[in-house]
Design a protein around this ligand. Structure first.
Ligand code: ZN
Length: 316
């Protein structure tokens, strides 16, 4: 059944996300995004362009508290330059842009579930994995992968969803949202001892979700070899045990050796290898269905080259 055509991943990127204005000196900038889009523009036309859409309030509420949506909307409307819940820059358009970013990820899950593409990479901003159900922080407003996981369960009947997060920072928001959920398996590779100072190996989920969280903190300055070793020893067998019906990736690129914020030494090749391993697992357990969502990555050139390596590896 698998043809070259339907192994091509979809990609989504859109200059509209540049409207989320974080000010002249912020690392999560439109400048970094423009560099990424320029690189994605150069991909061959066989990469299917996935259109975005605006997430509905009901969809965002799958993973967020309604009062928190009001907070974001009010802060944006009131010209706040920071979200009142945490270190997240804001401009009057940020609420709308965050809804569009979330909607694009849902659009990509629809494309994958309909079989129009095997997998998809969504280059959206603001990022999402630090946002809990009611606390935006760490440059994140809405948690796109968390909303997508719930959307897959409710609208596509995919109960068991794995989220692999390889941003250099621990995705505390995603972990918190699914901490007691046995059906969403959150797995994080991240640098030990940095923001947001969560994600110790001992955090493994709670209650019914005990065992459905896997944190693999990596030592500062460690390279791709250590990450791939952790994948092969811990992640691959854990995913095989879980048998996911859909594979989501929180794809941050700030573990790159040239990133100004992260302290790991990954290369473009590391991202390609992590992607190949993700594809292999997804093909074994869920017909190759992957949606990958941009998180961090603050060196524009490194972000662009690493993301291209990721997308090319999604194509196989
Ligand atoms: Zn990050």
């Amino acid at each position: 059944m698998s043809t070259k055509k339907n192994r091509q991943p979809g990609i989504h990127f859109d200059a509209r996300y540049e409207r989320h204005d974080t000010g002249p000196f912020h690392p999560e900038s439109a400048t970094r995004y423009r560099a990424l889009c320029a690189a994605l523009e150069d991909l061959p036309p066989s990469f299917v362009k996935i259109p975005g859409r605006i997430a509905t309030t009901e969809e965002v509420l799958l993973a967020h508290a309604s009062w928190y949506l009001d907070v974001v909307r009010q802060d944006a409307e009131n010209f706040a330059d920071q979200l009142r819940t945490g270190d997240t820059p804001l401009c009057p358009e940020s609420y709308d842009v965050a809804l569009e970013a979330c909607g694009a990820v849902l659009s990509a899950t629809d494309f994958v579930m309909r079989g129009e593409v095997a997998s998809a990479f969504c280059a959206v901003r603001p990022p999402g994995h630090h946002a809990t159900s009611d606390l935006g922080m760490g440059f994140c407003i809405f948690n796109h992968v968390a909303v997508a996981a719930r959307y897959l369960q409710i609208h596509h009947g995919r109960q068991r969803v794995v989220i692999v997060d390889w941003d250099v920072h621990h995705g505390n928001g995603t972990e918190a949202i699914f901490r007691e959920d046995p059906d969403v398996f959150y797995i994080s590779l991240h640098e030990h001892g940095i923001y947001p100072f969560t994600g110790a190996a001992g955090e493994q989920g709670q209650g019914a979700g005990a065992g459905a969280t896997l944190n693999l903190p990596l030592p500062q300055n460690s390279g791709g070899r250590e990450a791939l070793l952790a994948w092969d020893k811990k992640i691959a067998p854990a995913v095989a045990d879980f048998q996911p019906e859909f594979f989501l990736i929180s794809a941050g690129f700030d573990a790159h050796q040239n990133d100004p914020i992260g302290g790991l030494q990954w290369t473009d090749k590391t991202y390609a290898e992590l992607t190949r391993r993700s594809v292999a697992l997804a093909e074994t357990w869920c017909a190759g269905r992957i949606v990958s969502v941009l998180e961090g990555g603050y060196n524009p050139a490194a972000l662009a080259s690493a993301a291209v390596a990721h997308v090319k590896a999604l194509a196989g």
